[in-house]
Ligand binder design. Structure first.
Ligand code: ARG
Length: 289
């Protein structure tokens, strides 16, 4: 037996309390960014997810697909317009969003799950009316077909989870009211947070392209590993949290305030970030309690 063998066994043993704790619990993972573009990373992330399902964690995957939407819009010669970081979505853009998210990205992920030996059920917020939404007004600005979730059908997700499958959800919702039956474009981070609240999830995990929340944006060694929820607002207001991180931090706050026990921001570019965050004491990103 080599030292290496012992290390490997120790890794598993360190995971034991967490394996016990998470057994039968729900964890919602928002998957996006570079971890979704790079093929090798993508397979690694999906294998991690299948492993989590395999050890009895009820895992829900929520995905975006900004870069792929961008690429198709560009190929079609359509300009993207952003208002306060949100894509202005006219009808034509919404069609492309739906094609890319519900058609391509969603099915690519479910196929990868199957290939890794898991069972992925891909669905959008339209399917079974899983996500219902009304139009989002960002400070009175018209964003077009951009929605804000008002209801999540948790029972539908629980049926899939009870069957031992992994729901893979694209962030397109079914409009209500004046937009009844229309597709609305939803920010995937917020969708994941709302879904986590509706399921009474143990955790929300946002996979991003940054390490987590840094005390100093220019210093990669300044990662804040743990932030108690009450300190999050002050931190965001202090200007220390970078611009791109603020909506992520807000999503975490939304989840915690909605009853989710912990929210994590991790770097999806690091191989097996999910497993390291979940199954080690140290973790790899920022955890909000
Ligand atoms: N594995 C533990 C958990 O999921 C601890 C993670 C610690 N992570 C951190 N960023 N401090 O709850």
């Amino acid at each position: 037996m080599t030292k290496n063998d012992t290390n490997r066994a120790e890794t598993l043993i360190q995971a034991l309390p967490y394996l016990q704790q998470y057994q039968g619990r729900t964890i919602v993972v928002k998957y996006g960014g570079n971890a979704m573009i790079n093929g090798e990373l993508k397979e690694a992330v999906i294998r991690d997810v299948v492993l989590l399902a395999c050890v009895g964690i009820r895992i829900v995957l929520v995905h975006g697909g900004g870069p792929e939407i961008e690429a198709l819009l560009k190929a079609l010669g359509k300009e993207s317009r952003f208002i306060q970081g949100l894509r202005y979505t006219d009808e034509e853009t919404m069609e492309v969003v739906q094609m890319v998210l519900c058609g391509k990205v969603n099915k690519d992920i479910t196929a990868l799950i199957q290939r890794a030996g898991g069972r992925g059920i891909g669905l959008s917020g339209l399917d079974g009316g899983l996500l219902r939404a009304h139009r989002l007004k960002a400070g009175g600005e018209d964003l077009g077909l951009v929605g804000e979730i008002e209801a999540v059908d948790a029972a539908l997700l629980n049926t899939i989870l009870d069957a031992g499958a992994i729901p893979v959800i694209s962030s397109v919702a079914l409009g209500t009211g004046d937009d009844a039956g229309k597709s609305l474009n939803i920010n995937a981070d917020t969708a994941a947070a709302r879904i986590a609240c509706a399921l009474g999830a143990e955790k929300l995990i946002l996979m991003t392209d940054v390490q987590g929340i840094l005390r100093d944006v220019r210093d990669p060694d300044s990662l804040i590993k743990v932030i108690p929820r009450p300190e999050l607002d002050a931190l965001a207001a202090s200007g220390m949290v970078s611009k791109g991180m603020i909506p992520k931090a807000e999503c975490c706050a939304l989840a915690i305030d909605g009853g989710v026990k912990r929210a994590h921001i991790i770097d999806g570019r690091l191989p097996h970030a999910l497993l390291i965050e979940l199954f080690t004491d140290e973790g790899i990103g920022t955890m909000i309690l």
